[in-house]
Design a protein around this ligand. Structure first.
Ligand code: TMP
Length: 261
């Protein structure tokens, strides 16, 4: 069905050649992976939700002046993006101790950190994305000192904005991972936010109950993965129609658009 040229296929997304030079189509799959691909499942409807959630966050970030690769959503699973040269770093911003930080430093999960902490991981599946310092990044030429400064400053701005955005809908932003790229235009190069921001790449905890609303439900075999993603989308106001499992019959709706009890 897809005649477009496939540029790259990752664990949860595919990039296709875009309709114009300098553009790509980013396609969100339903695949969920953890443990660097050793654990794998299909979560039907996840791609549709992540496409919407990421579109919403990238648009809001664009509105406050954060440069991003996002141009527009094309359909349920795809968005048009600017082609960028990806900086081979996973940038993790943490507000609360959880996951690998809690393990590495023996911190209790849920402890508020003294301040937001930015970490860098080298994007390399064969090496399991090892944590690296600015010394490694500049010595190996993955990014220049100026680019690291720009990435750090954008990462903290994005974090400040996202903490407020999610607190407003009753969600605590624990930590998240973002990626950046170089966008070349008219002899100029600009660092832009790339990839996605979704429950696949963030830790979201319900602010009242502490319930996990993110991919940790998959990583930790807690169940209710799709429902958690749907809840995030619903609170953001981007859930137009709940994706349903294969074979599910039509959903009866009343004239006011509500599902009957
Ligand atoms: P970590 O605690 O496992 O290092 O994860 C920190 C954050 O980064 C968490 O929100 C999940 C996200 N993340 C990804 O998006 N991709 C990854 O490959 C990893 C390891 C983490």
């Amino acid at each position: 069905m897809n005649k477009r040229r496939r540029i790259y296929e990752g664990k949860a997304k595919i990039l296709y050649e875009g309709p114009e030079p300098g553009t790509l189509v980013q396609h969100f799959k339903d695949d969920a992976t953890a443990l660097n691909g050793k654990k794998h499942a299909q979560i039907e409807g996840k791609g549709v939700l992540n496409n919407r959630i990421s579109e919403y966050i990238f648009t809001k970030l664009g509105d406050i002046g954060v440069p991003t690769h996002f141009i527009k959503r094309i359909n349920m699973r795809e968005q048009l993006i600017r082609e960028v040269e990806i900086i081979p770093l996973e940038v993790v911003i943490r507000n609360v101790a959880a996951g690998s930080l809690a393990t590495r430093l023996g911190l209790e999960e849920g402890m508020q950190l003294p301040r937001s902490i930015v970490e860098f991981y080298y994007k390399n599946d064969k090496l399991n994305d090892p944590m690296v310092s600015e010394e490694h990044i500049t010595a190996f030429g993955w990014a220049t000192p100026q680019e690291i400064d720009e990435v750090m400053s954008l990462a903290l701005r994005i974090n400040d904005f996202m903490v407020g955005l999610f607190l407003g809908i009753g969600i605590r932003l624990i930590d998240f991972k973002i990626e950046f790229g170089r966008h070349y235009e008219n002899e100029q190069v600009r660092i832009v936010l790339a990839d996605e921001i979704s429950p696949d790449s963030c830790r979201f905890w319900d602010n009242t109950t502490g319930d996990k609303l993110d991919k940790d439900r998959f990583r930790r075999d807690m169940g209710g993965v799709l429902e958690a993603y749907q809840e995030v989308a619903r609170r953001l106001g981007v859930l137009t129609e709940a994706p349903r499992s294969r074979g599910a019959g039509p959903v009866l709706v009343t004239t006011n658009g509500q599902k009957p009890n």
